[in-house]
Ligand binder design. Structure first.
Ligand SMILES: NC(=O)c1ccc[n+]([C@@H]2O[C@H](COP(=O)([O-])OP(=O)(O)OC[C@H]3O[C@@H](n4cnc5c(N)ncnc54)[C@H](OP(=O)(O)O)[C@@H]3O)[C@@H](O)[C@H]2O)c1
Length: 231
C-alpha cells in the first residue's frame, strides 16, 4: 500500500474537516502532529493517545507555528475563520494573513509539501459569500502565497477547492475533480476532502495542482486516487 514516511502537521485539526484529516492519517498509518487552539477539544475528539502530538496556538502567531512544525515534512491546513461570529478575527486575519504566515514559517522550517483546503469560487469576486469579509478573495490570496512559495524546485503544493461541505462517511460517493474554478455549485463530504488531502501526500499526480472537487452519485469507493487522473 502506498504511503508517506514523514510526519504531517495538521493545522485546524479540531475543525470538522481537520478531524477527518486526523482520522484518515491514522487509517493510512501516517505520523502526525496537531496544531490546535484547544488541547481540551483535541483530547475529547482524538483521545489521550494524542497528548504528545499537540501544540497549542494560533496561526496569528509565527512563534507558535514554529513550535508546532518540529520536523514535519508536510502540512495539511484545514483552518477557516468563523465568518458568522462578529467577535472572531476576520477572513483577512485567518484565511489570508494566517495562511500566508503558516506557509512562510512552514517553508522556513523545512516543510517540503503544503496541502491547503480552500474553496470553490475563490476566483469570483462577485460571489455572494464574499459579502462576509471578502472571505473567498482572502482565501485566494492565501492560495497565491502557497503557490508562490511551494512551486520552487524541491517543494510542492496541493490546493483543494471543495464545494459546500457536508458530513457523511468517506468513500461513499463518486467524485468530480476540475480545474479553473468552473464549477458553480456542488457539495462534498468533509471526510472525502480529508481523504483526498491525505492521499495527496503520496500521489505524484497531486503535486503542484490546484483543483475543485465535488461529489456526484452515491457509490462505494475503494480508493479516490484515480480521480487525479481526470486532471
Ligand atoms: N462550510 C463550507 O461549506 C465550505 C465550503 C468550501 C470550503 N470551506 C472551507 O473548508 C475549510 C474547512 O471547513 P470546516 O467546515 O471543516 O471548518 P471548521 O469546522 O469551521 O474548522 C475550522 C478550523 O480552523 C481553526 N481555526 C480558526 N482560526 C484559527 C486560528 N487563528 N489558529 C488556528 N486554528 C484556527 C478552528 O479551530 P477551533 O477548532 O479551535 O475552532 C477549526 O479547527 C475552511 O477553510 C472552510 O472555509 C467550507
Amino acid at each position: 500500500m502506498k504511503s508517506f514516511n514523514g510526519s504531517v502537521l495538521v493545522v485546524g485539526a479540531t475543525g470538522r474537516t481537520g478531524a477527518w484529516v486526523v482520522k484518515r492519517l491514522q487509517h493510512h498509518n501516517i505520523n502526525f502532529h496537531l496544531f490546535v487552539r484547544s488541547g481540551e477539544k483535541a483530547l475529547k475528539l482524538f483521545g489521550p493517545e494524542v497528548i504528545d502530538k499537540l501544540t497549542i496556538g494560533s496561526i496569528e502567531h509565527p512563534e507558535e507555528i514554529k513550535a508546532a512544525i518540529g520536523h514535519a515534512e508536510a502540512v495539511i491546513c484545514a483552518i477557516g475563520g468563523n465568518v458568522t461570529d462578529p467577535k472572531a478575527p476576520p477572513p483577512s486575519a485567518i484565511d489570508r494573513d494566517g495562511v500566508k504566515r503558516l506557509a512562510l514559517v512552514s517553508k522556513e522550517s523545512g516543510v517540503k509539501h503544503f496541502i491547503l483546503i480552500s474553496s470553490l469560487g475563490v476566483t469570483k469576486p462577485d460571489h455572494p459569500l464574499n459579502k462576509y469579509g471578502q472571505v473567498l478573495t482572502m482565501k485566494l490570496e492565501g492560495e497565491n502565497e502557497v503557490r508562490r512559495l511551494f512551486s520552487e524546485p524541491g517543494y510542492s503544493y496541493t490546493i483543494l477547492r471543495p464545494g459546500g461541505l457536508i458530513d457523511g462517511a468517506p468513500l461513499n460517493h463518486t467524485l468530480f475533480f476540475d480545474t479553473g474554478d468552473k464549477i458553480s455549485t456542488g457539495v462534498i463530504d468533509r471526510s472525502d476532502v480529508a481523504e483526498v488531502a491525505v492521499i495527496s501526500l503520496f500521489t505524484p499526480e497531486a503535486r503542484n495542482l490546484t483543483f475543485e472537487l465535488i461529489q456526484l452519485k452515491e457509490a462505494l469507493q475503494s480508493t479516490l486516487d484515480h480521480y487525479f487522473h481526470q486532471k
